[in-house]
Design a protein around this ligand. Sequence first.
Ligand code: NIG
Ligand code: FE
Length: 422
Amino acid sequence: MVADLLLVHFNQVFCPKDPGHPLFGQEMKEAQVLEDGYIAVKDGKILTVGSGEPDPSLIGPETQVRSYEGKIASPGFVDCHTHLVYGGSREHEFAKKLAGVSYLDILAQGGGILSTVRATREASFENLYSKSKKLLDYMLLHGVTTVEAKSGYGLDWETEKRQLDVVAALDKDHQLDLVSTFMAAHATPPEYKGRNQDYLDLIVEEMLPKVKEEKLAEFCDIFCEQGVFSPEESRYLLSKAKELGFKLRIHADEIVSLGGVDVAAELGATSAEHLMMATDSGIAKMAQAQVIGNLLPATTFSLMEDTYAPARKMIESGMAITLATDSNPGSCPTANLQFVMQLGCFMMGLTPVEVLNAVTINAAYSVDRADKIGSFDPGKVADITILDAKNIDYPLYFFATNLTHQVYKAGKLVVDQGRILA
Ligand code: NIG
Ligand code: FE
């Protein structure tokens, strides 16, 4: 079949395997790496990939052929955990943080998430839209083509809905694709202080049904943490969400190991997030229940903690893991997934192949889009990230520098040498 677009002579093309499920444990160590690779695209989808000179039957009079010596290609990166939409920012808390005040203490003093809640409640749709669009632009410029985005800075219906509306609007308007998660259980709003159960009832009885009815989110998430929501409260909310047909995520074992992981395994959550303090028994339960571990090393970095999620142990225990930014104004103000990937190598001991699998095929499973993205299997959407790198090790080794050369979204060139094309 004739291709519309033929990208040839990449030094290497990283081709994750898609066995029909996330890559678990040892499977994460494997991938096909095509030397002198090419990618053929038709109608915005992958037609085929290969090595050396492409088969002449791929080339017709209309085929655009572009050459990429000295570059590598990967399926577009998927940032599968972000808190994209929020008002304000929190650099005013940075001095406290540098002085050693802990994240949970700042939150307990009414700052942290609650300070962003105040700013988000005051922000208009337009303000939230333009701030989030700017973040998405940064992400796209770093080679990300799909982003998961959570609500959770409203903690009341009006503002939570405004956040979700922004996600829906940007999914339509922006080159990037978005996947929406409802996370009203991110903290207890001030007006419900000391009344967690009443707030959860409000979410269950009033908010969740509306989110479902208006198709505002696919996933439901909760922050299971000391001083935030307990495992019992998380079980209550997530089981109700599951009954309504939501897919589940849970922020678990981020700062204190409380048992959120057990809830994830019990309810068959798609993923558990953070997991910095995951225990051996928690890891065994997640492996057994095939809960994906979404690991967020830039959060550990930004919280200035020493404990990174035990990624190696997770892989050796048979878990599927991903890496994501956790982009948010407090615990992780960044939009640079490449830096997160590098932390995966530097601080978690992952290999470049494991990292690339984590942000492509596994992250695609984590957002339930692996039928469309995450690998170069024929028929998948042609989301292609091209890096200025000689081989797939290079972008993990050469750190904290944006190496994106170009990005194709559904076969269309959307980033070229540091610029987003209209
Ligand atoms: O994933 N852990 C909870 N939520 C975010 C932080 C949000 C914030 O600090 O604003 C996180 O780290
Ligand atoms: Fe988070």
